[in-house]
Design a protein around this ligand. Structure first.
Ligand SMILES: CC(C)(COP(=O)(O)OP(=O)(O)OC[C@H]1O[C@@H](n2cnc3c(N)ncnc32)[C@H](O)[C@@H]1OP(=O)(O)O)[C@@H](O)C(=O)NCCC(=O)NCCS
Length: 250
């Protein structure tokens, strides 16, 4: 089995989290036994479907990068629960929100991805205080609606992508990170306190469906030039689970 060369640019895939019941049953076969058990614990069927599609997508994309057949891949978890492939030449991360999932892959170092639905009603002074650093709070104080809530969600997805690249998730205080607030983020605009020795975070906003925002971060080795992700790719249900008549073709 050939792994993708390390010169490969990072990539991101968007997946719509829906499948009819008969396709969902087939997608479940792409998962591990553990994932199938997690899936079975959802009370609401639509949550089960979303989980099955998102995790099938994660495994199919990993497989396309040389990780072996989806159901046979070996995965582990970092100290704060970040899933990672065992003995892999690349890193991969998943995010889901509402009807959508994003999967990001990097051959240059740890990767984190986040997609969030824009929901201005979730933005409160308390939330802004929790999420922002001192520097960012000062910038927020100058903004009025609707710029205020749009900036909040830009900041949120950029920070969560950063935390997911680090693997800490929300166990790391969000105020220890500065990210750019403006619409067009400079990719080198992330400041970590303390920094990660030998690594530099590169931030990339990703295209997202209407009403959502998305970003990814790659922690590249210090001194290497920025490597932007290729164009966002769309993964359809047929890419995950080809219908019987097209199975084995193309
Ligand atoms: C990582 C975290 C911010 C994700 O929040 P979320 O709102 O579920 O966001 P997303 O949809 O973007 O990401 C979920 C996916 O990220 C991945 N993930 C889980 N923990 C992660 C971590 N520490 N770092 C990076 N990615 C992680 C998983 O693939 C997860 O998908 P799954 O739950 O379907 O398996 C949040 O779960 C967190 O802070 N976790 C760390 C602390 C914690 O609770 N640890 C408990 C386990 S030790």
């Amino acid at each position: 089995m050939t792994a993708v060369a390390s010169t490969t640019a990072p990539g991101a895939w968007l997946v719509h989290l829906w499948a009819p019941p008969e396709r969902e049953a087939r997608l479940l076969r792409l998962l591990s036994e553990d994932d199938r058990q997690r899936c079975a614990r959802f009370v609401f069927p639509w949550l089960e479907t979303r989980f099955a599609v998102a995790h099938a997508a994660l495994r199919v994309i990993a497989s396309r990068h040389g990780a072996g057949p989806p159901s046979q891949q070996r995965w582990t978890k970092g100290p704060h629960g970040k899933p990672a492939l065992v003995d892999s030449a690349f890193e991969i991360n998943l995010s889901h929100a509402g009807d959508w999932a994003l999967v990001a892959v990097s051959h240059d170092g740890p990767v984190g991805v986040d997609i969030e639905a824009l929901a201005p009603e979730r933005v409160s002074p308390g939330m802004v205080k929790t999420v922002t650093s001192e520097l960012e709070r000062a910038a927020f104080a100058t903004l009025c609606e609707p710029q205020h809530s749009a900036a909040f969600f830009r900041l949120w997805v950029r920070k969560e992508a950063m935390l997911k690249a680090l693997g800490t998730g929300l166990t790391r205080r969000l105020g220890t990170i500065d990210v750019p607030l403006q619409t067009e983020a400079p990719p080198d605009g992330v400041v970590l306190r303390p920094p990660v020795p030998g690594r530099r975070p590169w931030l990339w906003d990703l295209p997202a469906p209407l009403g959502y925002l998305a970003a990814m971060v790659v922690l590249q080795p210090e001194g290497e030039p920025a490597r932007p992700p290729g164009p966002l790719q769309w993964l359809s249900l047929d890419d995950l689970d080809p219908p019987p008549q097209s199975a084995g073709m193309g």
